[in-house]
Ligand binder design. Structure first.
Ligand SMILES: [Zn+2]
Length: 77
C-alpha cells in the first residue's frame, strides 16, 4: 500500500518513444508521465499505478537517454 506522502522526484529520462519517464518513489517502478518537454513536467504532480503520488522537483535533472534512473530515496526530505 502506498503511503499518502507526496514524494519529490529528482531525475527524469526520455524513453525510446520520447516520452518522459521517472521512477516512482513509492514502488520504484519506471513510468511514463504526461508532458512533451522536461520543463512541462517540473513542478507537476502525478499518481503512479501503485496509487502513490509524487511531484517532479523544479530542479529535476534530465538524464541522457538510456541512462538508468537512480532509485529515489522514498523518504520525505
Ligand atoms: Zn508507484
Amino acid at each position: 500500500m502506498a503511503d499518502q506522502w507526496i514524494y519529490e522526484v529528482h531525475h527524469l529520462v526520455r524513453d525510446n518513444d520520447m516520452s518522459i519517464c521517472c521512477r516512482c518513489p513509492h514502488c520504484q517502478r519506471v513510468l511514463g508521465i504526461d508532458g512533451d518537454e522536461f520543463d512541462d513536467v517540473r513542478g507537476e504532480q502525478y499518481q503512479c499505478t501503485c496509487g502513490g503520488w509524487f511531484e517532479v522537483s523544479y530542479n529535476a535533472k534530465a538524464l541522457n537517454r538510456d541512462s538508468t534512473l537512480p532509485p529515489n530515496r522514498g523518504v520525505p526530505e
